[in-house]
Ligand binder design. Structure first.
Ligand code: NOJ
Length: 576
């Protein structure tokens, strides 16, 4: 039905190209107000949602101490609502010594004073409720902080009732660690503890000891911790590091692979402490015994897997595990190509249990997408941000946007080790520069510190392009990245095709990812040129005249017999 051919000339030079009679202008006008989401009160609201990841430290600093906070998020709820966000996933704000910026939790049922109070979270929940914005928290299931009272007890003696909350073993006879496992944050995964003469296991930093989920008391304590926030009105959790929750009981050595990691240790594969079968049974239990007791709650998974088959397992055999295991592989690809994307999307689309897809392109651990991928000559960061945003917002599934992605923010990486905040970067420099770059403060406006706060030095420097790339500038510009995001999010709320079926078109096209969405008797055609050359898509089955309405477009020009797309071109239109 659809075919494309490579063309060499840029579309500006295609003098004969004519706009379709009756078609909307190529760039849609700024949407005046975000329509409400009709699915807001449905139990499966999360299938119709756009989720926004907020890293509280970096979003907005209401008390001007250099660190973002919960009141800062609340202050920007108007914006979050205007963007069309249905749920905010707030990364950890629990009491923590901040060794891993909150992913080292010292109390699951509290709030770190640097971020605010439990009352601030309650207020955020209540404010969100009036606006149709639900709150999702991060549940760090694999480990606690070494300052958590459970660990303080556990390390105090071999006979302490909390000893078995964590994983303790004797060193080998020669004094070396109990096995060869390495921490993904560098060094051995075991730390010797002088007090009791044993070592404890930590998949991440030594300050993040792994919980022993084989202990029923750990399971119960964690289920209780999860229920505590659900009762307060939190709508679910993003589960941190789920793949690492269990270890093979005999703690067998991992196979060594070639080369060394960024911290100088021999590389290894992790068949004995990643993705163990017990992870799935435990998550099914969490879903059944905690989450499903509270209507409409959702589990999102930080589900790193090597392939789609392993990812699909996280839906559970009866779609009874995680509702939204995140498809994370797109975050680490160095390039995106139409054939590769098509195959990856199809693998998730065709999952046997009917699990709902969930896509994300950047987060607080991975480089921001608009600056990560190579730009073809003549294309800009904005073009890349529009292409990747259009992909995320038109696929069937729930997109998770990382704050600032909707502006086309790029990484602001440290250039000197002495500036690095993230311990991975301090330890791994220069091979591993850490994750500061993707965590720089949100760009609100052109004022001091991009409007992040009132002028105190932010914990990380603001990106150098903030004066021109910020919410205030982009909100009123119909050609901005933000306007394209808002246009597509508004379309998701009003056009049932965008929550309907996904069908590949032009399935062999080497340049353009082309698909159709259909539902409620309507159809939307999506054309995304991932190539560094222009492309022509001939609309043979759907005649050009049947394009009713161009929803969003960038570097694309419809003509009487097709659509011309420049490199990174985007064309999203309703068709008959
Ligand atoms: C994944 C989180 O996203 C990351 O930021 C953290 O460092 C590790 N898990 C450990 O909790």
């Amino acid at each position: 039905m659809f075919r494309s051919r490579r063309v060499r000339q840029r579309w500006m030079a295609t003098a004969s190209a004519v706009l379709l009679a009756g078609a909307a202008p190529a760039v849609a006008a700024t949407p005046p107000a975000m329509p409400s989401n009709p699915a807001v009160d449905q139990l499966d609201w999360w299938k119709h949602a756009v989720v926004y990841e907020v890293y509280p430290r970096s979003f907005a600093d209401s008390n001007n101490d250099g660190i973002g906070d919960i009141a800062g998020i609340d202050r920007h709820m108007d914006y979050i609502q205007a963007l069309g966000i249905d749920a905010v996933w707030m990364t950890p704000m629990f009491p923590s010594p901040q060794a891993d910026f909150g992913y080292d939790v010292a109390d699951y049922n509290g709030v770190d004073p640097q971020f605010g109070t439990v009352a601030d979270v309650d207020h955020l929940i209540a404010d969100g409720k009036t606006r149709g914005v639900k709150l999702i928290l991060d549940f760090v299931v694999n480990h606690t902080s070494d300052t958590h009272p459970w660990f303080v007890q556990s390390r105090s003696s071999r006979t302490n009732p909390y000893r078995d909350f964590y994983i303790w073993r004797d060193a080998k006879a020669d004094g070396s660690p109990p096995n060869n496992w390495t921490s993904i944050f560098g060094g051995s995964a075991w730390t010797a503890d002088a007090k009791t003469g044993q070592s404890y296991y930590h998949y991440f930093y030594p300050q993040q000891p792994d919980l022993n989920w084989r202990n029923p008391k750990v399971e119960q304590a964690m289920f209780d911790a999860a229920a505590w926030w659900l009762k307060r009105g939190v709508y679910g959790y993003r589960l941190d590091a789920v793949d690492a929750m269990f270890e093979r009981p005999d703690l067998k050595d991992n196979p060594i692979t070639s080369g060394t990691d960024a911290f100088g240790m021999p590389n290894q594969s992790r068949p004995n402490n990643d993705n163990q079968p017990e992870v799935h049974t435990e998550l099914q239990k969490l879903r059944r015994e905690v989450i499903d007791r509270y209507p409409g709650r959702v589990l999102i998974g930080e589900t790193w897997t090597d392939n789609a088959a392993d990812l699909v397992r996280y839906y559970g055999p009866k779609n009874d595990e995680l509702q939204l295991p995140m498809f994370l592989n797109l975050m680490t690809l160095k390039t995106l190509t139409a054939p590769d994307l098509r195959a990856r999307i199809q693998a998730v689309e065709s999952n046997p249990v009917g699990g709902w897809p969930c896509f994300a392109l950047s987060n607080h651990d991975n480089r921001r997408v608009a600056g990560r991928l190579p730009l073809p000559p003549g294309a800009s960061t904005d073009d890349m941000a529009k292409l990747t945003g259009a992909l995320l917002l038109t696929l069937r599934g729930t997109p998770i946007l990382y704050y600032g992605e909707e502006l086309g923010m790029v990484n602001n990486d440290p250039t000197r080790v002495e500036d690095v905040q993230d311990v991975i970067g301090k330890k791994g420099w220069p091979l591993e520069k850490g994750r500061d770059g993707e965590r720089s403060p949100m760009h609100w406006d052109a004022s001091v510190n991009a409007g992040f706060n009132g002028g105190a030095k932010p914990w990380l420097p603001v990106g150098p392009d903030y004066a021109t790339r910020n919410v205030a500038v982009q909100m009123d510009d119909p050609h901005s990245v933000l306007s394209l995001y808002r246009t597509l999010i508004a379309a998701r709320r009003t056009n049932p095709a965008l929550s309907g079926d996904y069908v590949q078109v032009a399935p062999n096209d080497p340049q353009v990812l082309a698909f159709q969405r259909s539902g409620g008797g309507r159809k939307v055609l999506v054309l995304l040129n991932f190539d560094d050359k222009p492309a022509e898509i001939a609309l043979s089955g759907v005649s050009a005249a049947k394009i009713d309405h161009v929803i969003a477009s960038n570097r694309a020009l419809p003509s009487t017999d097709g659509v011309h797309l420049d490199p990174l071109g985007v064309f999203v239109a309703e068709i008959e």
